[in-house]
Design a protein around this ligand. Structure first.
Ligand SMILES: Nc1ncnc2c1ncn2[C@@H]1O[C@H](COP(=O)(O)OP(=O)(O)O)[C@@H](O)[C@H]1O
Ligand SMILES: [Mg+2]
Length: 395
């Protein structure tokens, strides 16, 4: 394989559809490899745009906008970094010869909770929570009766916990359904109704595929463990503290689902452990937010692996080097041009690193940065990451 020189004839070019914090790290890894990077998002000054050669601000739900910049740039690979992208346009682009990472169909399935459940639970028979699909309050009622209370409803399409509503009893159903679909992406009225399980812990099995030149192989990272006080990401760590048999099960489900989705690149397979049940939950066809910890824990991060796979390059193995943790830095309120205070205090803690994403504006609970910390144990790493994150203020 040949890599040319960025900005000159023969350069290898990657286009990022979505330029958030994960995209920024992908862009940095691509830059390190001498790749020309084009960052796209719906707003200007998005994180990856700060480290790309060029940027475009477009509505990625608009098929003609998407196609016209792809045709203008003619990238060697298109990396989808967010879910809110017109997937039919991606399929058309793939049909006309563009390389979508991991592949257009996988992106379409993973953004849709119903399609993904059909694939994982019904086709592949991978264990999941008990669930039903519904498209009216009446159908939710029927599903709740079958599944039992409490149950959790989620819109067919949404991300970061948007539209997740817990239903404890019969008379909450009507409002819960309305509330849930009001947070849906797009016009769909469909929801998934899931049994609400008591979570002991959650794992992300980062699973990647690359072309060896002699076929595609599927491999996994050591598991990342995380805990959420709510439906969004707060902290994650490696190594995971679960038993080997849980890891083995989790990895086998991850490999099964990812092999079915196909293509190349990294996937974040979310696994829930509840009592002695190990359940597949969902999968991102891209690096995962909980996997930011791999920047501190491993010799090769999830971002580097994704770039290599996208370029057709191998990663025969990744190694865990040290216990590490990551912890988010959240904003408290809406603000243009936010300022960050107390970095000097946070960085006084040995083994701590800070990544600030450079988002041009904040709102309540928006993720603005992340602390990475390593330690001699997971507990020590977590403690340092929490402490440092608490010191940093966003104003
Ligand atoms: N059936 C469930 N029972 C209990 N908690 C759940 C259930 N489904 C999801 N969760 C919790 O909510 C989080 C977000 O749910 P998920 O389905 O991953 O949605 P999102 O696409 O918003 O990440 C999970 O990581 C888990 O902590
Ligand atoms: Mg999730």
């Amino acid at each position: 394989m040949e890599i040319g020189t960025p900005l000159l004839e023969g350069s290898k070019k990657l286009m990022l559809l979505g330029s958030g914090e994960l995209g920024k790290e992908i862009a940095i890894e691509a830059q390190r490899m001498g790749i020309e990077v084009v960052a796209v998002d719906r707003y200007d000054m998005a994180p990856a745009m700060h480290v790309a050669h060029r940027k475009y601000v477009i509505d990625m739900m608009d098929p003609s906008a998407l196609k016209s910049i792809v045709k203008r740039e003619n990238p060697d690979g298109i990396i989808t970094e967010i879910e809110a992208i017109n997937t039919d346009a991606l399929i058309d682009l793939e049909d006309s010869g563009y390389k979508i990472i991991p592949n257009a169909q996988a992106v379409k399935i993973c953004m849709n909770r119903i399609e993904l459940r059909r694939l994982a639970a019904e086709k592949l028979k991978v264990p999941t929570t008990t669930y039903a699909f519904a498209e009216s309050a009446e159908e939710v009622r029927k599903a709740c009766r079958d599944i039992g209370f409490p149950c959790l409803i989620k819109p067919e399409m949404s991300s970061s916990g948007h539209g997740h509503v817990l239903i404890n009893k019969e008379d909450e159903i009507e409002d819960a359904y309305k509330e849930s679909i009001s947070h849906a992406r797009g016009k769909s009225k469909r929801v998934i109704v899931e049994e609400y399980v008591k979570i002991d812990t959650e794992l992300t099995i980062l699973t990647y595929r690359y072309n060896t030149g002699n076929g595609i192989v599927t491999k996994t990272f050591p598991p990342v463990e995380h805990q959420r006080p709510s439906y969004y990401y707060v902290e994650s760590w490696q190594p995971a503290t679960v038993q080997d048999d849980v890891v083995e099960k989790a990895k086998s489900y991850a490999i099964k689902v990812v092999e079915e989705l196909g293509g190349v690149g990294i996937f974040g397979v979310e696994i829930i452990k509840s009592g002695n049940r190990v359940l597949f939950s969902e999968v991102s066809p891209r690096p995962h937010d909980t996997g930011m910890v791999t920047m501190a824990s491993q010799d090769i991060s999830e971002f580097q692996v994704h770039v290599r796979s996208a370029l057709g390059l191998p990663t025969p193995e990744v190694r865990l080097l040290t216990p590490a943790a990551s912890h988010v830095i959240l904003a408290e309120r809406e603000e243009w041009n936010p300022k960050y205070l107390n970095l000097e205090k946070a960085l006084e803690i040995p083994g701590v690193q800070v990544r600030l994403f450079g988002k041009p504006y904040s709102y309540e609970k928006r993720r603005m940065g992340v602390v990475l910390a390593n330690g001699s144990t997971v507990e020590e790493a977590k403690e340092k990451a929490r402490k440092a994150a608490a010191l940093i203020l966003v104003e």
